[in-house]
Write a protein that binds this ligand. Structure first.
Ligand code: SAM
Ligand code: SF4
Length: 321
């Protein structure tokens, strides 16, 4: 079991399989980075899997594949199959922008993927294009339909932003509800890579908008998810991810692995340690030691909840959000 210095059990590993992306979302990667990590610097699926086995053996029981855009990495179903064949009851999910999903949903399901989160910031083609800087909506919606059709459970992620998509908070809830999907509204997290003009809606503002349409029941937190859950008067359950709340980190159970092999204890800070050398040497004891050290040094909390001019310099497309 992995326990950090604040007595939190760390059992959730998020793996960014590529930093590259086919979208340029304003809150994440509005411009192509100066350079991509060369492909030869990325860990292979075999190397990533070698670390996954270490993490599972140390107590990780929940894994999320993310990016950049994970579906840009060819043969991802092979990686999923490796993980599910090592531990068939692993809680394995993926976060994707959905653009390439319709072509691969069947393969992902066959490899053992049960759950997907798909980012949908707007149901209006022009607004979706403005946010992603590409005409994406039709492909994304087709991808969601394809995933549902093959029996993958889908959640929707939305980042509500003032003057852009805030008026779509209820329509996106209705869209998700009609298809049996949960929506999770994510507070926009400021960082130096994002468009500096964005103003995201905070949890209280979201609740005021939703609360003007329906009574709300506060259902609190699930043990395994960062979402704060609420239920509408007619029984629909949705979540809000609230990194700006002072207590957001008290139950944090996550660490993150980048495609280059950096293990990151917190989404906000730059600190990281590489597992690449030990994994490429086949040094399992070395990789285990790095994992334990990263867990030991996990900070108590992020700094989004602190009023300051300082901005996180971590790129979401590298860490996987
Ligand atoms: N490309 C995939 C996608 O967009 O779903 C996976 C990677 S993306 C970095 C993972 C999640 O992070 C997405 O749901 C995205 O909306 C969210 N995200 C990215 N930048 C963010 C920011 N600055 N604030 C809040 N959420 C952010
Ligand atoms: Fe790409 Fe996802 Fe970042 Fe958008 S949020 S730019 S889809 S990695």
């Amino acid at each position: 079991m992995l326990i950090d210095s604040y007595h939190r059990e760390v059992n959730y590993l998020r793996i960014s399989v590529t930093e590259r992306c086919n979208f340029r979302c304003n809150y994440c990667m509005p411009e192509k980075p100066f350079s991509w990590v060369p492909k030869e610097n990325l860990l292979t699926f075999e190397e990533l899997f070698a670390f996954v086995k270490v993490a599972i053996d140390e107590g990780v029981n929940k894994i999320r594949i993310t990016g950049g855009e994970p579906l840009l990495r060819e043969g991802l179903d092979r990686f999923i199959a490796m993980i599910t064949s090592y531990k068939s009851d692993i809680d394995l999910a993926m976060t994707t922008n959905g653009f390439l999903l319709s072509g691969v949903a069947g393969k992902l399901k066959a490899a053992g993927l049960k759950r997907l989160n798909v980012s949908v910031d707007s149901l209006d083609a022009a607004t979706a294009q403005k946010i992603a800087q590409k005409d994406v909506l039709a492909h994304v919606l087709a991808g969601i339909d394809a995933a549902l059709a093959v029996g993958i459970k889908v959640k929707i992620n939305m980042v509500p932003m003032v003057g852009l998509n805030a008026h779509e908070i209820m329509p996106i809830m209705e869209y998700a509800r009609a298809r049996g999907m949960t929506v999770r509204y994510i507070e926009y997290m400021q960082n130096t890579h994002a468009d500096p003009t964005i103003r995201g809606l905070k949890s209280d503002e979201l609740l005021a908008i939703i609360g003007s349409h329906t009574a709300l029941i506060d259902e609190g937190f699930d043990a395994s998810s960062p979402s704060h859950y609420y239920r509408t008067a007619d029984g629909y359950r949705f979540g809000i991810i609230e990194p700006y709340k002072d207590d957001f980190c008290t139950k944090c159970n996550r660490i993150r692995l980048t495609a280059e092999g950096f293990l990151i204890p917190c989404l906000y800070f730059d600190e990281a340690m590489s597992i690449k050398e030990s994994i490429t040497r086949g040094d399992i004891a070395g990789a285990t030691a790095v994992l334990r050290e990263v867990v030991r040094t996990k900070p108590e909390k992020n700094r989004w909840s602190v009023e300051s001019d300082e901005l996180s310099t971590r790129a979401f497309y590298e860490t996987g959000g």
